[in-house]
Design a protein around this ligand. Sequence first.
Ligand code: NAP
Length: 316
Amino acid sequence: MNSQNQKNEINRRRFLQSGVKLAAAGIYLGMFGMPNLFGNVIMDKGAANIPDVKLNNGVKMPMLGFGTYGLRGEVCQQSVADAISVGYRLIDTAKVYGNEEAVGKAIKQSGIDRKQLFVTSKLWVDDAGYENAKKGFEETLTKLGLEYLDLYLIHRPRGDVKGSWKAMEELYAAGKIRAIGISNFDSEQLADLLSYAQVKPVVNQIETHAYFQQGNSYNLLKKHNVQMEAWAPFAEGRNGLFTDEVFAQIAKKYNKTIAQVNLRWHYQRGIVAIPRSSQKAHIVENLNIFDFKLNHEDISAIEKLDLNKTQFPEWS
Ligand SMILES: NC(=O)c1ccc[n+]([C@@H]2O[C@H](COP(=O)([O-])OP(=O)(O)OC[C@H]3O[C@@H](n4cnc5c(N)ncnc54)[C@H](OP(=O)(O)O)[C@@H]3O)[C@@H](O)[C@H]2O)c1
């Protein structure tokens, strides 16, 4: 065994050891009627069993992933390593998050076959335009230490979007990116892109949570077969999401947590969600959403929470 393989093996053992401890805690809590945060997920690394969605170019994407906004350096590396170790395969980063190197290190450390991972990054507005986009992409790839990306998104519809898209189409054709998409595009910006795109975007990643359910985008994206992906699926806890009485009632009924009910709701809507956490217990908890089902009553109660407005006005 060479030294890299030895390191991977040591890391793998550490992950499994911490996993077993968390699983034991989960079973203990379950015995006392408390929400079982852990289920069976970490008893077996493969047990997460996250369903895939087939994108409009045939590439498969996990329906639940791990967000990394605001995570930096060692905290980021550890959180991403924890996420991969308990079964997440989709990792969402961006050049502007300043953490692509840390994400890349965690990926290497995981020892997971690259083909099993689904890595997303995003082209920042400073790199808009044909030449800049190509350069920005290469920087991203180098920082991540990867040969290709699974998904590359235009982070925001600013600057020379047409030039950026052309560069991304060429990188896609050259096999450097498996799928290309957009983020924060409204219906007009999407229609504009579709008017000249040779390659249709596979995904639009937009702010989506119970307080901003994005009904119009939801219908439009469905119509164009563009997968909707929710950023801030918990609204970062704004507007009291983690103490919301409606969610608390539903969570109690299923012996689940508010976070799990939220993620299950996104999943049942057919939306890919990428919750972020720096706490291993939350990282595990957020994965354990595939063993219960919300009914019509729950869903209509959640639909009534829609305020139909952003919870992040500072980013508009
Ligand atoms: N395309 C874009 O413009 C854009 C914009 C924003 C975000 N994003 C992407 O979307 C991802 C998700 O959005 P986000 O990070 O802004 O917010 P989020 O996932 O809605 O919320 C993250 C917050 O929820 C807490 N949390 C996570 N799991 C929890 C649990 N089980 N119980 C209680 N609290 C929990 C986290 O705290 P702890 O760390 O303490 O668990 C953290 O404070 C980002 O990380 C990023 O990858 C994209």
